[in-house]
Design a binder for this molecule. Structure first.
Ligand code: ADP
Length: 260
């Protein structure tokens, strides 16, 4: 773990020993990249945890230095509660991401009706944010219900849809998201579109990395973990997630999941 830089001599890359060395080196490349991701994750996570803790500490210091009054105490406690809630939300997201990263072999899979998960997510988000407008439509109306059936974990797929639709509404001034479900012969396609702030082309590969947030997004609540979770969950389902976006015009996230 301390020295993943070293590589085997691949010789003229011809005989079996050379081939073995090539495969071994490729494995070391993957291991080195994984360790690097882990290191960068830990340093980002520490930074993200330190910021709200520092805010809590200065709130407490300020409270101690000011003259006491029931009203000032009340304001201070409300602020402390808000910061603590934010910290709890961040830690919960981090734990969820860590669990989806390590759980591949333990996740329960079964038949899941994707459209039902979409409608449940729509209901949940509107309950939490009554200002959200979420339209759901079918692109190719399934003649039989089983066309929207995928092999998956319902809770995890719901998390993906919640994250994508929540982002679409959050990053759009009209708080509106359009979800389209299309049943295909070998899988199910789901698109989540908005007419919001959009994502600059040079940042589109980075937004699936944990903690990455574009400059424009800093004005909105968030930790930059949701899309990393989505990526992880879709990979677990052997599906695909991609993005089409234009700054100032909106974004479209597309998820493809294989049928049962
Ligand atoms: P969060 O929304 O908490 O910042 P995410 O991981 O869900 O974290 O998203 C990462 C980043 O991707 C966001 O900070 C934002 O910059 C960008 N992003 C995601 N979805 C959208 C969207 N629908 N419109 C514009 N930007 C988006």
């Amino acid at each position: 773990a301390r020295n993943l830089r070293q590589r085997l001599d691949e010789g003229p890359r011809r005989d079996e020993i050379d081939q073995l060395a090539i495969h071994f080196n490729a494995m070391l490349n993957r291991l080195e990249a994984a360790f690097e991701r882990q290191r960068s994750f830990v340093s980002h996570a520490s930074h993200e945890l330190r910021t709200p803790l520092a805010a809590l500490k200065s709130e407490i210091q300020l409270g101690r230095s000011l003259p006491r009054s029931a009203e000032a105490d009340q304001v201070m406690l409300i602020n402390l509660e808000t910061d603590t809630d934010r910290l709890i939300a961040l830690i919960n997201s981090l734990l969820f991401l860590a669990r989806t990263m390590e759980q591949a072999s333990q996740t329960d899979f079964g038949p899941v009706r994707l459209d039902e998960v979409v409608f449940a997510a729509q209901e949940e988000l509107i309950r939490q944010h009554p200002a959200y407008r979420i339209d759901v439509r079918y692109d190719q109306l399934p003649s039989v219900g089983s066309h929207t059936l995928v092999e998956g974990n319902e809770g995890l797929l719901q998390r993906v849809i919640l994250n994508l639709v929540d982002n679409a509404c959050k990053y759009s001034p009209d708080h509106r998201a359009d979800v389209c479900i299309s049943a295909e012969s070998r899988g199910c396609r789901l698109t989540v579109s908005d007419q919001g702030i959009g994502i600059p082309a040079n940042e589109q590969v980075s937004i699936f990395e944990p903690f990455y947030r574009s400059n424009e997004a800093m004005k909105y609540e968030g930790f930059g973990i949701g899309l990393a979770i989505c990526w992880q969950i879709i990979a677990l389902h052997q599906g695909k997630i991609s993005l089409n976006s234009q700054v100032g015009h909106g974004s479209q996230f597309e998820v493809w999941l294989p049928n049962r």
